[in-house]
Design a protein around this ligand. Structure first.
Ligand code: COA
Length: 386
């Protein structure tokens, strides 16, 4: 039996801050309304050069640096996201290229705000079976690009960011002890992002298709009700599955959606609020990125100690929800600035290698006389309209 341990973690938040007061200048709302309903004070927004893959890269590079694992040792990369650059290639494949992780398989995972828990579960199980040894799991989002900035019911909630962990197999018991994953697709229309291609599920109805742009659509009340009912249940279930009791749990790192949802869970489980780590006041809801970002902050604040039992709990669109229990084993030593520079140099080299491979592909195509992708596009332009 192999155990999947978290051996590195990292996060990246864009610099630009959008406060509740800024939002009050954009839609009919106020700092007071947003803060009392959600606990959020501000969130971060990606700049025009930043994409989900670049945010994911920054977080993953930091997690790898901490773990002292080279990208070439990584077997598997999973990016949980609802805001991928493309349907394909996956953001995970872009990340694999940026990292120069030449031996890694890579794919994106779609489970909305529960995506990080799903990714953690899949990767940990792959390590436990011996199928892979080292995995990089990322939650990364640029939600600002799918937010309707005129809809005060949703635009106040979301933010951009990325968080990552490195999982590694070990014979030492610990790491990811248990996970539970759930879905209830009958509630899919409560929180959705339509892809705009005219093929939405028939039972969502034509009013859904006509009324919605490719921005987040949410029934806040219903989602709130769903979250408050599944979060405590899911925590209890996973703790029991891990063979522990609530007294054994040191810290719960929940999906950072809403302070009131977390307060409700604490009350229902009869736990003190301090058992729940919260940083949503500064970053809002960053969907799949929120748990690993919160984990990074908890580590930074000295809230994680060797042998602590941590619980992660996520919930969101799908509807999906899930939890994980992790035994925290490591306090990695700090990385020297020299080593950091060396790692950055490797990533520059990885980009250069990627460019060279692209050029080589073009050159070979030219020698073989086969059309390049550009030539094919030009051909398509010449074809008469049907
Ligand atoms: N500022 C001021 N007023 C607002 C507002 C805003 N940003 N958003 C909505 N309102 C208004 C509504 O228009 C409504 O006005 P009305 O009574 O005149 O019709 C009133 O506030 C109540 O609206 P409602 O949607 O019922 O508010 P709420 O108390 O449920 O709070 C949320 C709204 C979104 C904060 C809350 O439902 C929530 O947090 N839900 C969970 C969402 C979530 O976490 N989603 C992600 C899950 S992963």
């Amino acid at each position: 039996m192999r155990y999947a341990h978290i051996v590195g973690w990292g996060c990246y938040l864009p610099e630009q801050v959008l406060t509740n007061d800024d939002l009050a200048g954009m839609v009919d709302t106020s700092n007071e309304w947003i803060y009392t309903r959600t606990g959020i004070r501000e969130r971060r927004l990606a700049n025009e050069k930043e994409t989900t893959a670049t945010l994911a890269f920054e977080a993953a590079a930091r997690a790898l640096a901490m773990s002292k694992i080279n990208p070439t040792q990584v077997d598997l990369i999973i990016v949980a996201t609802s805001t991928p650059e493309f349907v394909f290639p996956s953001t995970a494949s872009l990340l694999q290229d940026y990292l120069g992780a030449r031996k890694a398989g890579a794919f994106d995972l779609s489970a909305a705000c529960t995506g990080f828990i799903y990714a953690l579960s899949l990767a940990a199980n792959s390590i436990a079976t011996g199928a892979v040894d080292t995995a990089v799991i990322v939650g990364a989002e640029t939600l600002s690009r799918i937010t309707d900035w005129q809809d005060r019911g949703t635009c106040i909630l979301f933010g951009d960011g990325a968080g990552a962990v490195v999982l590694k197999g070990s014979d030492i018991p610990g790491g990811v002890l248990a996970t539970t994953l759930r879905s209830d697709g009958s509630g899919g229309n409560l929180l959705s992002l339509y892809n705009g291609r005219g093929n939405a599920v028939p039972h969502y109805g034509t009013s859904y298709l006509n009324g919605h742009k490719s921005t987040i659509h949410m029934n806040g009340r219903q989602v709130f009700r769903f979250a408050t009912s599944v979060v405590p249940e899911s925590i209890e279930e996973v703790v029991e599955k891990a063979g522990l009791t609530m007294d054994d749990v040191s810290l719960i790192v929940p999906h950072q959606a809403n302070q009131r949802i977390i307060d409700h869970a604490a009350k229902k489980l009869k736990l003190p609020p301090e058992k729940f780590f919260i940083n949503l006041d500064r970053f809002g809801n960053t969907s799949a990125a929120s748990i690993p970002i919160a984990l990074c902050d908890a580590a930074k604040e000295g809230k994680l100690h060797p042998d602590d039992n941590l619980v992660f709990v996520g919930f969101g669109g799908g509807l999906t929800w899930g939890s994980a229990v992790v035994k925290w084993n490591v306090t990695p030593p700090p990385i020297s600035p020299m080593r950091r520079q060396w790692r950055r140099a490797r990533y520059v080299a990885a980009r250069a290698r990627s460019r060279v491979r692209q050029l080589a592909r073009r050159l070979l195509a030219w020698i073989a006389g086969s059309p390049t992708p550009d030539a094919r596009l030009k051909d398509a332009d010449k074809r008469p309209e049907e």
